[in-house]
Design a protein around this ligand. Sequence first.
Ligand code: NAP
Length: 254
Amino acid sequence: MTASPVGHLQDRVAIVTGAGSGIGRATAIALAHAGAHVLGVGRRADALRETAARHPAIMALPADITADGTPQAVIDAATDCWGRLDVLVNNAGATAVMPLAETDAERVAGLMALNVLAPSLLAHAALPHLRTHRGTIINISSTYGHSPLPGAAHYAASKAALEQLTRSWALELAADGIRVNALAPGPTESEALTAAGLPDTVVEQIKQDEATRIPLGRRGRPEEVAAWIVHLADPAATWITGQIITVDGGLELT
Ligand SMILES: NC(=O)c1ccc[n+]([C@@H]2O[C@H](COP(=O)([O-])OP(=O)(O)OC[C@H]3O[C@@H](n4cnc5c(N)ncnc54)[C@H](OP(=O)(O)O)[C@@H]3O)[C@@H](O)[C@H]2O)c1
């Protein structure tokens, strides 16, 4: 890839879902620093406001992307405001500890609605705009989109689905000049474990166990993931599509 100068996303328009925390917040800020106008989406208005306060090019849109009609409304909000859309980062997602013995239809459906259906409907609504500007889609998967995760099989399955959507859309949309890639982070500091409803002591234990298992000896920082999302969004990344880029301190090799 040819290195782009600072501001290589100047005047491009990006949407980042889940921009109120963790990887999504870091990504919104990094894209804004690269010159893009960024629409940050999430349910908590206060969390999004904090993200937007970090850069004037970030606009907050509080919304539940699993709600009927919201994916189209999110895309419309960006195009109404800036007149175009170049980058869709499907980052909002959730994990769920759910061994088979405790598998519950409502929780499975909720996980799939957020991790698979909402990114699909957002990409669908974004398509005409991405076609016009030869834009790009970046889906946020996980190391566990391509490695088994006992005790959280449906999370792993939802991310595996997102990886196959990525490869299939990449082929489907290549003729339009639309690139579709996925970033697969390993365990990264964020609100994900707390958001999964786990008690603080369990969260701390999981974090310690993960750090021990990661060859580089620690969990990642959201900024370390965001930097690769910005690389994939870079218009200079003209010859990469359909790839799943794992950024996990070597975890997938273990
Ligand atoms: N952190 C990790 O270790 C890790 C590892 C691999 C993959 N990932 C993936 O990385 C992505 C980002 O997660 P994260 O780690 O940064 O966790 P996080 O801090 O929990 O961020 C997830 C974001 O998604 C938003 N969100 C959840 N449900 C939503 C909904 N229905 N509508 C709109 N927004 C919604 C949340 O905001 P609201 O609650 O305000 O809506 C939150 O800001 C996820 O797809 C996750 O699966 C994370």
